[in-house]
Design a protein around this ligand. Structure first.
Ligand SMILES: Cc1cc2nc3c(=O)[nH]c(=O)nc-3n(C[C@H](O)[C@H](O)[C@H](O)COP(=O)(O)O)c2cc1C
Length: 184
């Protein structure tokens, strides 16, 4: 089975819930590695976790996840991305499937910018971007409720994620696993 690496940062657990939902969606179609970026991976401002990067080396598909902080990915995620530059120079991650997910406190909290960043990171690595093929506002079960086709954008309602966002995350995991199998 192909390996799906889910690389994410989360402080208060919302992005982590999305990461677990992406993993559930891929279950039975892909092996899944949940790779949580934590503050202690970052020393003197630099991301230092070679084994996390090696996990991505062995993956066929990668999901990038971060809360939206100040209109973009969290600094901890960016530290990880910067540490991937050695791989970039060799295009070591070229042709892997990539997707992204994010969350925020507001419905229009500039989550699109975080997803745009993830897609540019994927393009820098020569990866193949996987968006959401769920028409916003048209899905009968209410998935992709914020109408974000580039990737999964979510926000908290009364302090928690609605089920439709978790279902969208599961769908994204399923789509990634299917594409990874086809690509492999
Ligand atoms: C420093 C900081 C900046 C934030 N900036 C944004 C933002 O630009 N847009 C937004 O919608 N939410 C913003 N938030 C809210 C977080 O995205 C939100 O609390 C999210 O659920 C945190 O994810 P986590 O539970 O995975 O840590 C910000 C939170 C923090 C702490």
């Amino acid at each position: 089975m192909p390996l799906l690496a889910i690389v994410y940062f989360s402080i208060s657990g919302t992005t982590e819930k999305l990461a677990h939902a992406v993993a559930r969606g891929a279950d039975s179609m892909a092996d899944v590695a949940l790779c949580r970026i934590t503050g202690d991976h970052i020393l003197s401002g630099r991301f230092k976790n070679e084994s996390l990067l090696e996990t991505i080396d062995g993956a066929s598909a990668v999901a990038f996840g971060s809360p939206t902080y100040m209109g973009g990915p969290a600094a901890q995620f960016k530290a990880f991305a910067d540490a991937s530059s050695d791989r970039w120079s060799k295009q070591a991650w070229a042709n892997k499937i990539a997707a992204g997910f994010t969350t925020g406190a507001c419905a229009g909290g500039d989550q699109l910018h975080t997803l745009s960043y993830f897609s540019i990171l994927a393009a820098q690595h020569g990866m193949l971007w996987c968006g959401l093929d769920l028409p916003g506002g048209e899905d009968p079960s209410g998935r992709n409720r914020l109408g974000s086709q580039l990737g999964l954008a979510t926000h908290l309602i009364d302090g928690s994620l609605p089920q439709s966002d978790l279902s969208t995350a599961e769908y994204l995991g399923q789509r990634l696993a299917k594409l990874a199998s086809r690509n492999g």
